[in-house]
Design a protein around this ligand. Structure first.
Ligand code: ADP
Length: 500
């Protein structure tokens, strides 16, 4: 029961239409904005309307926080096993509805359907992982500092968590925050990206079916992100903010959280180096580059942004990468099998165009693509740029598009120095068959995540997060619960020897 109004296009053809919500979730009720305003959600592949969402602001966010705060005592007091069961049921529901969730995601986000299916499975894997981890929020006993003292640590939920998520992975980025929060005993107010709120609302529908109690998960939608974010960061009832998005917004939110000394997790932008050494398996490197660079049309924070190729294999790698890129099928993910969808919006398209124009003006050569795709809209051709140099815009900023710029290097030290010459530090990749080099470079890269001989590093079992301006905190893995728990130290004194 969620009281959703039917909405959306027939092209979606969901087998369970109630997954498409046009209302937000506050305190267990599916609600409209106070003033009744709505925003349209459109399909980036063709501009058609997929649905509408309530255009909420600070007042609705405040009510959602109150609901989460009221729900916290009962949820946090449930046994870890009970919370694990709820998360386990939610995992099963995501898998059961994988196809509908994938179609909805492709419709609002634009990614190929196969990638959307993969993301739903990936989102579900976080629920499964943290259902298991919920039972393992162990504390310690510590040898006391005095003969009559005993010391314990307890791990307790931080309280109400605000989760602000981006449009590039609309389900996984929410599941990655929601699952550890709920496992730890926290309650959540989520604010999904305005471009892709429908996947989040669908997770809200399934959360209800899984038995997540009213108020434990709230989802507030609207176009005024600053107003909602202002309430989430300013309200004293919120004890933690978990944010995934741009570095600029992350810094603003971090500053806002400082006033109330809120806990923060920040998963921000990257500028991933992808290094191909002269001893690399070039076919494997090409395969990895395609996976890392072109997944989600290059719109991922861990996607290869700068490809550094040793001069001895530069031409061979460029030729093979070009051959692989020529096979990428660009198109509307709901219309057939595709490998690359549209960019999320006109702003994203303009940024890609600006980066390519700047690179060309500074001497790069377009070996493939380099312009808008014949499909029109925000489609852009898979693009290969040769002769990239560090002074180019695309070396300093994330392009967030299907553009592979190839830089040339001649030594390991030079490659590492180039790779680290950025404020970002999320993911880094390199290909080599030399074991000593593998260790040296893995240790030298200033990133939170390193892929050696692979372009695929995302999994719920590993800690995901960055260093430098890519953020703070880790999501997933056995460490992922830490960000949602407080470590309390309990000292018990007066334990004197008993009298015989
Ligand atoms: P992107 O460039 O990927 O769109 P953003 O950082 O702008 O990244 O957006 C990520 C999330 O942060 C989205 O949910 C967006 O609505 C939200 N957001 C953007 N600006 C603010 C803000 N000032 N306060 C709170 N949330 C914001």
């Amino acid at each position: 029961m969620n009281g959703n109004r039917p909405s959306g296009t027939s092209r979606l053809a969901l087998s369970d239409p109630s997954l498409l919500s046009s209302r937000a979730l506050v305190g267990g009720d599916w609600v409209d904005a106070d003033a009744g305003g709505t925003c349209e959600v459109t399909n980036p592949a063709d501009g058609t309307r997929v649905g509408t969402i309530p255009d909420m602001g600070a007042a609705e966010a405040r009510r959602a926080i109150d609901a989460a705060h009221a729900a916290f005592p009962a949820w946090s007091r449930r046994s870890a096993g009970e919370r694990a069961e709820v998360l386990g049921r939610m995992h099963a529901l995501l898998i059961e509805h994988q196809e509908d969730l994938a179609r909805l995601m492709t419709a609002e986000q634009g990614k190929p359907l196969a990638e959307a299916r993969g993301e739903v499975a990936y989102a579900a894997s976080y629920l499964q992982w943290f259902a298991e981890e919920a039972r393992r929020a162990y504390g310690d006993t510590i040898p006391g500092h005095a003969a009559d003292a005993r010391i314990l640590t307890l791990r307790q939920p931080v309280g109400v968590v605000a989760a602000i998520t981006p449009w590039n992975f609309p389900s996984a980025m929410l599941a990655r925050k929601l699952a550890p929060a709920l496992a730890a005993g926290c309650t959540v107010v989520a604010k999904p990206a305005t471009q892709t709120p429908l996947s989040a609302l669908a997770l809200g529908v399934l959360a209800g079916r899984a038995g997540v109690p009213a108020g434990v998960l709230n989802i507030v939608t609207g176009r005024d992100a600053a107003a909602i974010g202002g309430e989430l960061t300013g309200n004293a009832k919120v004890r933690k903010l978990s944010f995934t998005g741009s570095t600029a917004v992350g810094k603003t939110l971090m500053a806002q959280c400082a006033a109330g000394m809120k806990r923060i997790s920040m998963e921000l932008g990257g500028n991933a180096p992808f290094i191909v050494f002269e001893d690399a398996d070039l076919d494997a490197a090409v395969e990895g580059a395609i996976a890392s660079k072109f997944r989600n049309t290059g719109q991922t924070c861990i996607c290869a942004n700068r490809l550094f190729v040793h001069e001895a294999v530069y031409d061979a790698f460029a030729a093979r990468l070009g051959d692989a890129m020529a096979k990428l099928r660009v198109g509307d993910g709901l219309a057939g099998e595709t490998d690359q969808g549209p960019l999320i919006d006109g702003k994203a398209l303009e940024k890609v165009e600006e980066h390519v124009a700047d690179a060309v003006a500074r001497g790069a050569r377009v070996a493939m693509g380099g312009r808008r795709h014949a499909l029109g809209g925000t489609f852009y051709e898979p693009t290969l740029l040769l002769g990239a140099t560090p002074d180019m815009l695309l070396a300093r900023e994330e392009t967030f598009g299907p553009v592979a710029p190839l830089f040339r290097f001649s030594s390991e030290d030079e490659a590492v120095a180039l790779a680290n010459d950025t404020e970002a530090g999320l993911a880094g990749y390199f290909y080599t068959r030399d074991l000593a080099r593998a260790w040296r470079v893995a240790e030298a890269l200033e990133c939170g995540i390193v892929g050696i001989n692979t372009g695929r590093v995302s999994t719920a079992v590993a800690p995901f997060g960055g260093v430098k301006e890519s953020g703070t905190g880790r999501e997933g893995s056995k460490y992922g619960l830490d960000d949602y728990t407080e470590l309390k130290y309990v000292c018990i004194g007066g334990i004197r020897p008993g009298t015989p």
